[in-house]
Design a binder for this molecule. Structure first.
Ligand SMILES: [Zn+2]
Length: 343
C-alpha cells in the first residue's frame, strides 16, 4: 500500500465553486452523473497520464481488486434554494466509509491560455459539454472581468469554480534515453465530486488515487442521512483565523465562506481562532525550537487535543510538510497503542 498512501496527501484544491451559488440549474440534473465517462485530457498531458497509469499497473497490489470502486454512492444532489446544488447523504454513513470514487470529466494543464482552453472545450463531446455546463460557475466580479478580458466563454468560470488543482506525482518508471520534462501540476474536474461544498470543519476527506486516476471521498465522521457532504478546498486552512480563511476563499474562488464554523456566533469564532493560532504556534515550535523527543511528543499531543476540541476530523496540513507527516505518524501510532491496550 506504500505507493498508494505515498501518493495521497498531495491534493490541492485550488479552484472550486462558490457555496453561495445562485445560478440556474435544470431539475433533471439532481441525479448523480453516470460514471462511465472517459476523461477528456488535453493532448499535451496524455503521454504523462498514460505513463502514470502504466507505472501503476506495475504495482499489482493496487490493481488486483476493485474494492475502491463504489457501485452505488450513498449520495444525492439537492437544490439548496439559496446556494445552488449541493451533495448530501442519501443514507446514514459510517466514519471511514468510501463514499464515491470518481474519474475526472476533464484534465487540463497549468499554464494553458484561455483561448487554448476554450478551443479544447469546444471540441468536447456533446455529453461532456452538457455535464460541464450543468455545473456551477463563479459569479464574482473578478471572474466576470477575467471572462471579458480574455474573451472566453462561460466554461472558464465553470472550470475555475469546479477544478481541483493538484500537484502531479513523479512517474516511477525507468527509461533509458531522454524523457520530456514531466508536468508538475494539472487541474481535474469531476462530474459529481466537483459539486461537494466547502466547509472549514469538513465532514469528509478527499484524495486522488493516482493508480486509478480516481478521486475518492471518505467520511471522516459518522454522517446522518440528509446531512451535507463537505470537504476542505484549500490546504493549510487549519492554522488560519476565520478572517484569513474567508479572505483566502474569497480571492481564490470568489465566495464568502458561510460554513457552519464561519457563520457561528462571535464567541465560537473567537474560541476557534484561538485554537488555530495555538496550532500554528505548536507547529512552528515543533519545526524550529530544538525540542527533545519527550517535548515533541508533548507538543503533538497538545495539537491532537486542540484539534479534537475544534471538532476537526480531517488530517491537518501545516505550513511545514514534515510536521504534517510527523503528526500523521503520531496519531497513527497513538491509535495503534490504544487498540493494543484494548485487546
Ligand atoms: Zn468556513
Amino acid at each position: 500500500m506504500y505507493f498508494r498512501s505515498f501518493l495521497r496527501g498531495v491534493n490541492r484544491k485550488q479552484f472550486s465553486y462558490s457555496n453561495k451559488r445562485t445560478f440556474f440549474f435544470n431539475a433533471a440534473s439532481t441525479q448523480l452523473v453516470g460514471s462511465s465517462t472517459t476523461p477528456h485530457i488535453v493532448p499535451s498531458l496524455i503521454p504523462y497520464m498514460v505513463a502514470l497509469l502504466l507505472a501503476a499497473t506495475n504495482n499489482n497490489e493496487n490493481c488486483d481488486n476493485m474494492d475502491h470502486i463504489v457501485a452505488d454512492p450513498p449520495l444525492e444532489l439537492y437544490d439548496t434554494k439559496s446556494a445552488g446544488i449541493a451533495v448530501r447523504a442519501s443514507r446514514d454513513i459510517k466514519r471511514g466509509e468510501l463514499l464515491i470514487s470518481e474519474l475526472p470529466l476533464l484534465i487540463w494543464e497549468e499554464g494553458m491560455s484561455p483561448e487554448q482552453l476554450r478551443h479544447w472545450t469546444d471540441q468536447l463531446t456533446p455529453s461532456a459539454r452538457q455535464t460541464l455546463f450543468n455545473l456551477s460557475k463563479r459569479s464574482d466580479k473578478l471572474a466576470i472581468e477575467a471572462e471579458e478580458k480574455d474573451n472566453t466563454d462561460e466554461s472558464a468560470r465553470i472550470r475555475s469554480a469546479n477544478g481541483f488543482d493538484l500537484e502531479l506525482p513523479g512517474i516511477p518508471l525507468s527509461f533509458h534515453g531522454k524523457l520530456p520534462p514531466q508536468p508538475t501540476r494539472a487541474s481535474f474536474l469531476f462530474p459529481n465530486i466537483s459539486r461537494i461544498n466547502h466547509s472549514c470543519l469538513p465532514s469528509c476527506g478527499h484524495a486522488l488515487d493516482w493508480t486509478r486516476l480516481r478521486m475518492e471521498i471518505f467520511a471522516m465522521r459518522d454522517i446522518h442521512k440528509g446531512e451535507d457532504i463537505s470537504i476542505e478546498y484549500l490546504p493549510q486552512m487549519i492554522t488560519l483565523s476565520t478572517e484569513e480563511r474567508k479572505a483566502k476563499l474569497q480571492t481564490t474562488f470568489g465566495f464568502s465562506c458561510a460554513c457552519q464554523l464561519c457563520s457561528s456566533d462571535n464567541e465560537t469564532i473567537e474560541q476557534s481562532d484561538r485554537r488555530r493560532k495555538q496550532l500554528k504556534l505548536s507547529s512552528r515550535n515543533l519545526f524550529g525550537a530544538g525540542l527533545n523527543r519527550q517535548q515533541m511528543v508533548g507538543e503533538l499531543e497538545r495539537m491532537r487535543v486542540i484539534l479534537q476540541e475544534e471538532g476537526y476530523k480531517v488530517l491537518p496540513e501545516f505550513e511545514q510538510e514534515n510536521i504534517s507527516k510527523a503528526y500523521a505518524v503520531f496519531t497513527q501510532m497513538r491509535s495503534n497503542f490504544i487498540k493494543q491496550d484494548e485487546e
